[in-house]
Design a protein around this ligand. Structure first.
Ligand SMILES: [Fe+2]
Ligand SMILES: [Fe+2]
Length: 160
């Protein structure tokens, strides 16, 4: 836990290394998708990039919500609603792209990426602060993370 600045995120790290690593991975996927979104990349390449992004987002949200359940984070429900909304936006984008209704353009990708950044900066930070307080209360015994018990807690998103 050291809160280093992550250049990939363009903002302060949350202070939780694994969460920061996953945020970096999601942002890398956003950047990849942004690059292909304003290039002449083929539809299959765009489709693969957006799928990789969705997979990274779902993996991260499940991890984060698992920690919330393990720690009894009181705002898990509200936080989870934000996660659900972001996943639904991506699934809808993929669905409309598959049906030929929309292109995956840079403005759309940029807007989704901005929403993810704001979520990290406000809501994830709130959770990390709660986690840090839980660490202080539990003391040297450590908090009950890593049990895996919380993994079943996230919404059962079906990847597309
Ligand atoms: Fe989150
Ligand atoms: Fe997060």
């Amino acid at each position: 836990m050291h809160g280093i600045r992550d250049p990939a995120l363009g903002l302060e790290g949350t202070g939780e290394d694994e969460i920061d690593r996953q945020h970096g991975e999601v942002m890398r996927r956003f950047d990849e998708l942004f690059s292909v979104s304003h290039s002449a990349a083929s539809r299959p390449i765009k489709r693969k990039c957006v799928q990789d992004l969705l997979d990274a987002v779902i993996y991260h949200f499940c991890f984060e919500e698992g920690l919330m359940v393990d720690l009894g984070f009181p705002y898990h429900g509200q936080h989870s609603q934000q996660h659900n909304a972001m996943v639904e936006q991506l699934i809808m984008l993929i669905d409309e792209f598959d049906r030929g209704f929309v292109e995956i353009g840079p403005r759309t990708v940029s807007s989704l990426r901005d929403g993810f950044k704001v979520h990290i900066d406000i809501y994830d930070r709130e959770f990390i602060q709660f986690q840090a307080r839980a660490d202080q209360l539990v003391g040297a015994g450590g908090r009950p993370t890593g049990t895996g018990a919380g993994w079943g807690a996230c919404a059962s998103w079906d990847s597309v």
